[in-house]
Design a protein around this ligand. Structure first.
Ligand code: GN1
Ligand code: MG
Length: 370
């Protein structure tokens, strides 16, 4: 870490109730939105590790409300784990560290919004799933997280990003970007645009099910991609679910759908070799098994019926968000190469085609396991 970054992190660290003196830090490259650093403090020689993270307040317009959500949710989960007699609770749920003033955030001189969590040791995340066992673990962990929150009234949480998974609104925004084509990228994305438009008849299905009260609003994670679950280095067991910025009222289907998107193909989110992109049935089966083991007890029949469709719809929703961002000049998702958002979109759309070919088999698995 360069001297300026080190100086900045030292200054930020002083604002939080972290025991000891700043010793060392480094940037952890995760996420497309926030910036994250791991830092070690020495308290009379004993290391104490935390994560300092900025919050993008262009994306999250109510950061204080967001942190209230995070604290409420993590306290709730912590109590549940304790009641259920779990061991190693500090490794199973995030713990926010208060700032000097007792609030759970600090705003620095430049207006940056910072929060701090205790570092979870002995775990790692994976950008792409590698084995059915991992898929099982992801399903199990996110299902357990939803189950732990199933008695927390949704009304106690603010909506940190309104209409986050509202596919029809995301679709409208895409159509606008296509019509405007401000960056003259239409031609480059012609095929993807055609595919997106062909999906128009399906975009409203989940919001309509919600409006008709066929599926309930619950407290959900809303960003259940595979790299948001931390797996134990030694055992591979899912220990902790992270990235709680979008925990808010939502549909469990959005969570399950994003698990399907990120936990059924052993390829990266921006895989360039599309021939490798395929929904792998052993992965899907393991994911469903893990998820239903922890969430099956509270899901309604209507929710179970829509699980397979949700995989397709969320993959589509994230896909069109990448496509929209590409057409709008890449202002939302951090990119690392030219056309990166278009590559991300292509991968998502290829996965949808693979789901289309396997839908009946997938449904048979859900029916058998539920
Ligand atoms: C963003 O920043 P990160 O990686 O946690 C995005 C998710 C997308 C995801 C795609 C607040 O998550 O909705 O699914 O990228 N988060 C936000 O990788 O927009
Ligand atoms: Mg996120």
């Amino acid at each position: 870490m360069n001297p300026e970054e080190r100086e900045k992190l030292t200054r930020i660290g002083k604002q939080f109730q972290v025991p000891g003196e700043f010793h060392d830090g480094h940037r952890i490259k995760i996420g497309h939105i926030n910036e994250t650093f791991a830092a070690t403090y020495l308290h009379y020689g004993t290391p104490f590790k935390v994560v300092h993270q900025t919050l993008n307040t262009q994306v999250f317009r109510d950061p204080e409300g967001l942190m209230r959500n995070v604290v409420r949710v993590t306290e709730h989960v912590r109590r549940k784990l304790a009641d259920q007699g779990h061991d190693e609770i500090p490794r199973r749920v995030l713990q926010a560290v208060p700032a000097r003033d007792g609030k759970f955030f600090h705003i620095d001189d430049s207006g940056q919004f910072w929060r701090t969590f205790i570092f979870v040791d002995g775990v790692r995340s994976y950008d792409a799933v590698e084995t059915p066992k991992q898929a099982y673990q992801a399903g199990h962990a996110f299902g357990q997280f939803q189950a732990a929150l199933s008695d927390l009234p949704a009304s106690q949480l603010v909506e940190t990003i309104p209409d986050f998974h509202h596919t029809p609104k995301r679709f409208e925004r895409l159509l606008k970007a296509i019509a405007t084509d401000e960056f003259k990228r239409y031609d480059t994305a012609r095929e993807e645009i055609a595919f997106a438009e062909s999906m128009a008849p399906h975009v409203a299905r989940l919001v309509e099910a919600e409006a008709r009260r066929e599926v309930p609003l619950r407290v959900t994670h809303n960003d259940t991609k595979f790299n948001n679950v931390l797996l134990d280095n030694a055992t591979g067991e899912a220990m902790c679910v992270v990235d709680l910025d979008t925990v808010m009222p939502g549909l469990v289907l959005y969570d399950f759908g994003d698990m399907v998107r990120t936990t059924t193909s052993r390829t990266a989110e921006d895989e360039l070799y599309l021939d490798r992109v395929e929904l792998e049935m052993p992965m899907f089966e393991a994911l469903v098994r893990g998820y239903l083991e922890t969430a099956g007890g509270f899901l309604t029949p209507a929710e179970k019926r829509l699980l397979v469709f949700s995989g397709k719809l969320i993959t589509f929703t994230i896909g069109i968000r990448f496509l929209t961002d590409f057409l709008e000049g890449d202002h939302y998702f951090r990119i690392h190469r030219e056309r990166h958002n278009l590559d991300r979109c292509r991968k998502q759309f290829r996965l949808i085609q693979s789901i289309n070919e396997r839908e009946e088999q997938m449904q048979a698995i859900v029916d058998r396991l539920s």
